[in-house]
Design a protein. Sequence first.
Lengths: 514, 370, 305, 324
Amino acid sequence: MVEKITVLPPALELRSISKRFGAVQANRAVSFQVAAGSVHGLIGENGAGKSTVMNIVYGFHRADDGEILVNGRPVKISSTQDAIAAGIGMVHQHFMLVENFTVIENVMLGVEGGPLLAEGIAKAREALAKLGKDYGLDVPLDAIVGSLPVGLQQRVEIMKALHRGAQILILDEPTAVLTPQEADQLFRLLGRLREQGKTVLLVTHKLREIMAITDRVTVMRQGSVVAEVETKDTSPRELAEKMVGRSVLLQVQKGPARPGAELLTVSNLEVRDAQGVMRVKRVGFKLHGGEIVGIAGVAGNGQSELLEALAGMRAPVGGEIRFGGRDLVAEKIDPRGRRELGLAHVPEDRLRVGVVTSFSAQENLILGYQDHENFNRGLLMNNQAILEDCARKMAAYDVRPPQPGLRIAAFSGGNQQKLVVAREVDRAPTVLLVGQPTRGVDIGAIEFIHQRLIGLRDAGKAVLVVSVELDEILGLADRILVMAGGEIVGELSRAEATEEKIGLLMAGVREEKT
Amino acid sequence: MSTPKQLPRWADLILLPLVGLAAALLLSCGVIALLGESPWQAMRLMVDGAFGSQESIGYSLFYATNFIFTGLAVAVAFHAGLFNIGGEGQAYIGGLGAGLVCLWLGHWPFWAVLPLAVMGAAGFGAAWAFLPGLLQAKRGSHIVITTIMFNFIASALMTYLLVNVLIKPGQQSPETREFGSNSWMPFAHEILARVGLDFTATPLNLAFVLALGAAGLVWVFIWHTRWGYALRVVGQSPEAAVYAGISPSRITIMAMLLSGALAGGLGLNELMGSQHRILIDFPGGAGFVGIAVALMGRNHPVGIVFSAILFGALYQGGSQLTFDMPRVNRDMVVVIQGLVILSCGALENMFRQPLTALLGRRRKSGEGRS
Amino acid sequence: KDFSPAIVYDFGGKFDRSFNQSASEGAARFTTETGTAVREFEITNAAQREQAMQQMARRGATIIVAIGFTQASAVEKVAKQFPNVMFTIVDAVVDLPNVQSVNFREQESSFLCGMAAALASKTGKVGFIGGMDIPLIRKFALGYVEGAKFVNPSAEVFQNMTGSTPAAWGDPTKGAELAKSQFGRGADVVFHAAGATGIGVMQAAKDSGRLSIGCDSNQDYLHPGSVLTSAVKRVDVATYKAFLDAKNGTWKPGQIVLGLAEQGVDYSYDEFNRAVLTPEMKQKIDAAKADIISGKLKVSEYKVQ
Amino acid sequence: METYTLMVLLLAATIRVATPLLLAALAGMFSERAGVIDLGLEGKMLGAAFAAATVATVTGSAWLGLGAGMVTAIALSLLLGFACVTYRGNQVVAAMAVNIMVSGLGPTLALAWFNLGGQTPQLDAAGQRFTAVVWPWSQSARETPFPGLLYAELLSGHNLVVYLAAALVPAAAWLLYRTRFGLRLRAVGENPQAVDTAGISVTGLRYQAMIISGALCGVAGSYLSIAASSGFVRDMTAGKGYLALAALIFGKWRPYPTLAACLLFAFTDALAVRLQGVALPLVGVIPVQFILALPYVLTVLLLAGFVGRAVAPRAIGVPYSKEK
Ligand SMILES: Nc1ncnc2c1ncn2[C@@H]1O[C@H](COP(=O)(O)OP(=O)(O)OP(=O)(O)O)[C@@H](O)[C@H]1O
Ligand SMILES: Nc1ncnc2c1ncn2[C@@H]1O[C@H](COP(=O)(O)OP(=O)(O)OP(=O)(O)O)[C@@H](O)[C@H]1O
Ligand SMILES: [Mg+2]
Ligand SMILES: [Mg+2]
């Protein structure tokens, strides 16, 4: 093995790639090599520039500067077509699928093999069957992609790349949407690819995955490569420190929970999504003061709908949500009314739901509280009060830069999230609902946000955290509910919860209720 | 819209529209030259015709008054994320409201008629916008299509009323009798005469002041009230609105009502201010011009007032042009309008990029609302 | 002071193949005969009427001819402001000492056209296509129906209007469709009073081998052999005469009503329609024409109640 | 028998009225499927109507007229593409601008060239227009109501463009669903990023769609000026472009349902013509204005009631850029 690598030129070599988006220097002279027939990891914090550099390799973005070599030969990649021709395939962080097309149509797109579809379809069907056999990729070819679970959609993406003859396969954060078990399946698949002589470039920020499967790993921070090491010569802690640039606490610091009175009771809750599909099925649980309850589960198993129903953004079709002596469902209390009762919400999708990106920070800090008497003076809004409130929260939550008039889009992800958390937490709500509290947020801000949530718990309030990051659930929660297929399939106390147990439950393997 | 490089705000608001305007006029000059007239002469005639005398100023501002109302109507809907193409029909029906008040109560004192007429115009205009708004909110019917259809339906309804119901007996023309003279908007020259200023008689009237007032109210409403805030949230992100407990469907309906009410204001100027009767097709396309006006004015009341004046000047200057240049006919003025909308509205990015490159060595980060 | 004539056309514009065009022909005739240029203006919105007339008056117009009933209120206003300028308005009445109001008895010519239609029709079914449903068009329609029934009491007259926006005067496709629809119901002669929409009506008649009747100006030449006749309204004569009288100092204010007797309206008969309007038909029509002129035959006039 | 004849005639009228609607709606289908809102149908048709009439007048050839109509509409379509695809301008605004500009430009040029006001000269000579194609034995077939009348009125006696439009529906369906181009076109309106990452140019596809849209609008516009009538008159599209768009939405952006929608609108129109001045049971004679408004009212009702939320191509109206 080792000999082979020294003999062959690297499958992919980047030389001094730079890319700037306006004010953001996303990549700064990035250079590294990927050995042929290896699985190479690329790791870095959110915003480190990983996706950008991979998009450059795939011809989706154009580098400002630098050179790309494939199999030792310099190639000019100025479009996706060039990349495909050079044998590069990519599975994007956000899938590039046409949802209302069938699998086979999606796979064919761009390589139809002729002006008419009919013959192309026949040929593609054959080729895909073979691919399926070779790699154990089993996908229903005539299913509509949008109706497939994400795990299968990902396989469609991989098939797409392989069908285009990819020798180098780039996967950008492929496991974010998978259960641990599905992730293991994916890794087995990657192993098979490596055996067949393909080169895999795995982009992630999860240390566990890097350690589990890669041969070599490149670490990026703030657009630059800061380290390149053999996986077997490193440790998670070392990688984490290289990623962040300082020593980090991989564990959340908190005292024991002291659960108090029951604050929120959910029973028999049923919720349909916009398409009318039942996404939450007869869900019931209780929240007590002084505890953080985590809801674990693979994305798309009803957590989002559950959270939206609790927050009042989506009307349930049945069931009860009792809070402060009222039934929120029967009384049809809207999100604003719930906030007034003391039920606050940090939404999962910050940019789309939690803020209005074109508004200033100051305007965003009254979102949901726009009718509050503090912010209004008679018919008009009290801009002075709004400004002062924002300035105060920015100071208290260490938001940088502390400029209330700055458009929210100009803040970094972490600071945007701090603003949202400030808005919702500062009022000390009785119950706080939080979705993906640290998605797209760097480690410094993660620590800060986690501390705020724990602070709220220690003040006797209840916090419900929904997250697809198991580490986060395990770090934060005092009690864990696992959702799969729209149901709560298990409840674990923090003490008894392990990654394996939760993983099994997430995959829908039920065990006896505790 | 968060293009990495950004124009400074002043350039975005003032320079960019001016560059677009210049390009449109340049193209228009080309067409005029094709017609065998001197473009230079034509432009001079237009500018002179628009601003060269008290009369031309009066007419320019008179037309501008209509465009302020319809431009504001488009802008309010736009802030809520709605494209209201129905300004024409809403203005038509709104005018009916104002007109009916004047017909019935034209003998009342002006101070008593005015508020009722304003309510009539706003109320009828809003009512005509209500159904498209409701259908958009509740049924998701494409508002662009429904408002266009409502323009046609408004025309049919008005023709029916003017031919069969409201027509002044014994008369050919499908128009109502003249309003009682108490209900006429005081003309600008009358008002100015009272304070001792001499101004040529033009149709410019008190409605211009009302239009400016409406612009001021819209500004306060959109940026300084919680309802305007809610409206902007819905326009920018319906999801965020739901999150904030703002009902997008309710805001959609509210925005359309407001939009229709503003469009109805046209009747105050055109009917109460100038024609003093309801007549066929009196909005004369001002509802559509409002789209261009709102766009050029960046959907901001101040911008709308200025671009309405620009379009008023284009109208007045254009009619002067056709008056004095026989080979330039009235359709040429329509072409110029189209070109202005094209280069100021649709092609603005074409000018934005070179302008940004020209100006934008140093990008000022940090802007408030946009 | 120089003699300076001016004319303001209505919305349709001076090339509407209808009465504005007819007026512009009158103005053109005046210009060629006297060498005096006529200042013209086509309006695009209501406020321009007044503005245009004022400007013309201020720039020294001696006489201003306003075409179309929609100009009445503007003429009334401006005529008061400029008592020394002569105004002639066509199709409306303005009662002022410096205004001459010229009106036509359109019903009389359309009565004759209705007769022609009924006489030429083999099916006993004839059609009428108007632009917008406004009093003037009803006036045409009423005369036409009476004329048809006068010849054939059991004649059936189909009536259609094109639309209810000003676009109705310029939609030849719709005009053609309306005509075809009437042909489908058995009509074999169709009369239009729909401006440029009528072009489509007449084309459809030609295409389907039926007959059409033109309006306002003599349109027989458009499709020789297919246009039965035209209801001619001599706006051109009225315009020309107003200018000429003003120039010669014989212009008088007051009301002028032009009917068959005054040759203000008529039906057309020329080399283009000689083949279709047979002598027998012509004879009957001419007889009725004489009766109308002599007052023996009364044609009712549509009145807005 | 009477009602049978009436129905046949109504249907024949429906076909004629539906033709320009259908052509424009199919045009809109291509651009909208590619993700570009096509309110510009109206202006493109009008431009084509003008060009077709002008060239047919000058050259005396209807075919050259049709060609000129198509070229003009394609040019306008490309202008829209330039504004909306290349420069990512607002699609609705660009379309309105083109509509307004064309409505002025046609009459202006017509006046300059022909001096007949906003019109082109009447097309009279043989070959300047597309006239009815009468099928063999139509005249004699008319005698036997069934199927003779159907044959004579419905099948025979339309002009070439009508048959062309009819043939274009299956052709469009085939292009959209059975070819590589169609697959890509549908994809680019749903998820342009997916198309881009598949190595296909989003811009290129959208321009192709705009060209097709222009070509079809060109046929539609030419139909108005050199087939259904005989010359160009200002604003002769009279809102047909907007109605076509409504039909497209009602037809959910699919060829056959769009055909059905166009036929329905046309039928309403034909029926409205019949209902003018006719006393109906219970309601009596409905004022003509309300009958004339029927197609528009129907459109609103259909959009509100039966169509509900038509699911537009997902990426419609959003200018594509990689770097968002
Ligand atoms: N299209 C774009 N336009 C502007 N800025 C961009 C764009 N894409 C990325 N950036 C910026 O470039 C930087 C690097 O982003 P990139 O997506 O490459 O990070 P990443 O390492 O993949 O992060 P994540 O873990 O969140 O996926 C970030 O600051 C981001 O805001
Ligand atoms: N659209 C934009 N306009 C202006 N500035 C921007 C924009 N997007 C990002 N930035 C700037 O680029 C920087 C990097 O953004 P990014 O979201 O990648 O930050 P980050 O490194 O992930 O930070 P954090 O850890 O706080 O999430 C931010 O500090 C922000 O000020
Ligand atoms: Mg990434
Ligand atoms: Mg970030």
